[in-house]
Design a protein around this ligand. Structure first.
Ligand code: AMP
Length: 191
């Protein structure tokens, strides 16, 4: 079973993906995590994307498709969870092509539906918690970048909802419940 988690920043994609990894032996492919790793380890690519990421804009399709292509060569175990990818129609087409090349299919695009006030609260809360715990917040978890990330979602990523609906793959779950409630809703889709 290969799935895509769709939803705006703060919808809970990463949290739910982590649960699926722990409980279903699936493999999480988060382009955001891959890009942060490149940025933190100071690779050439990491240096190139740092400013774009901190501002909350999208990195080029070419870079993220390249990252995903490399990871897809590994063993799929319980299946792949695409978390934060695809984010544009070009990425969605590229993913369909890569899966076809590998003889794999995408089973569901699961939308975590939330409202904007909750997102802003969650993200600013996540930043405040990180700081309170003595750490540092994500560079893009601030009000300014958040506005740009939300706009990138609505302009560039939300058309994917229609795209996957038309392919008969879209499943929408209520992302506003507790972690366990959302997990149960996703479980129903996967059953
Ligand atoms: P995330 O952790 O998924 O919120 O991603 C953090 C940041 O990484 C985003 O705001 C973008 O700058 C970049 N990024 C992650 N995934 C993608 C993607 N699929 N396409 C373009 N940019 C991405």
């Amino acid at each position: 079973m290969n799935i895509i988690l769709l939803g705006p920043p703060g919808a809970g994609k990463g949290t739910q993906a982590a649960t699926l990894v722990a409980e279903r032996d699936m493999i999480q492919l988060s382009t955001g995590d891959m890009l942060r790793e490149a940025k933190n380890s100071g690779t050439e690519m990491g240096k190139m994307v740092a400013g774009v990421m901190d501002r909350g804009e999208l990195v080029t399709d070419e870079i993220v498709i390249g990252l995903i292509r490399e990871k897809l060569e590994g063993d799929a175990k319980g299946g792949f969870i695409f978390d934060g990818f695809p984010r544009t129609l070009a990425q969605a087409d590229a993913l369909a092509g890569l899966m076809a090349e590998m003889g794999q299919s995408l089973d569901h695009a699961i939308e975590l539906a939330v409202n904007d006030e909750v997102l802003v609260e969650r993200i600013l809360g996540r930043a405040a918690e990180a700081v309170a715990a003595g750490g540092t917040a994500r560079a893009d978890d601030n009000e300014e970048s958040l506005k740009i990330r939300l706009m990138a979602y609505y302009k560039q990523t939300s058309p994917l909802l229609g795209y996957y609906y038309a392919k008969g793959m879209l499943q929408s779950v209520d992302g506003l419940g507790t972690m366990d409630e959302v997990k149960a809703s996703i479980g129903k889709v996967l059953a």
